[in-house]
Design a protein around this ligand. Sequence first.
Ligand SMILES: *Cc1c(COP(=O)(O)O)cnc(C)c1O
Ligand code: SF4
Length: 335
Amino acid sequence: MISHTSLQWQSSDWQSILQTAIRDSETLLQAVGLTADQVDAISGEAAGFEVLAPGPFVSRMAFGDPRDPLLLQVLAQRQEIAPRAPGNTDPLEEQRFTPVPGIIHKYHGRVLLMSAGSCAINCRYCFRRHTDYADTIVTPARLPGVIDYLEAHTEVTEVILSGGDPLLTSDRKIDELLSKLEAIPHLERFRIHTRLPIVIPSRITPELCQRLARSRFGVTMVVHCNHPQEIDSEVARAIGQLRSADITVLNQAVLLKNINDSVMTLEKLSTELFRIGILPYYLHTLDRVHGAAHFSQALQDSKRLYQSLQARLPGYLLPKLVSEIPGSTSKTPIY
Ligand SMILES: *Cc1c(COP(=O)(O)O)cnc(C)c1O
Ligand code: SF4
């Protein structure tokens, strides 16, 4: 692992860490001791999707390894702009399921509330890499419409904060939103889908844990970790704090070619997650988003890999292998 003198994040709060995150391919390559040619790097601008990689995540990359699984998740590469790369810009047809701006309501009983318009890391394979969040997020002006919708839909029992990364929202704003939701009697559960506990673990503040702990809701946090190398002692500590606040912590990962497409890696991912207090939830196949085709694995290979994984893990450490098929009433199990 790298010992950085240039990345001063160790004793900073999460906002400063985010502010000093790496935002271009050159600096990222310098930090890991590689040249653009070794990894076919291009600028985020050329790829049409900014590079964004915060210090704590970069510090877990191996120095001088062009195949490092963390580096390849965040570095813009020439393959993204291959002339006939398949995929489209709204693969899940989320536009269709937006009853009021700020909400995606596709599945029975639960809605996504889009509470932040950016992330703390830009994952090259992201299915929302072409999303214009200006149209989709809950702004203060849209919040009354969102609350009205939730009040009127008594079949909804769970609100899921998504985005972007909802933990980019300040603790104060999360508190305000949560209080409004808690006033709606038929809501029972509250969930946050976030990559921040993995990417900038210090985002898990005592204030956030205390607020979630005193909610009347059953609270779940679904983190997003694709490779065991993303887990270090800081991540373990953050998850420990969530667990002490009685929050259920689950993980979703994306099956990515050349990143985590081996039984050994996925097995280790599950056991490492469990060691720090997280249960594996979903293993998603890649959505067909434009610019990410080089991460895609043939479905037959994914099924074979999953079968081998199943033969090695206890049932409770086996994530569900799923796809998102637009128009379905749930994620679709693949195997
Ligand atoms: C994935 C997703 C959910 C949550 O699905 P679960 O199976 O409950 O985890 C809810 N709404 C939308 C639109 C989703 O894409
Ligand atoms: S954190 Fe999630 S939403 Fe944000 S870029 Fe990565 S995959 Fe996409």
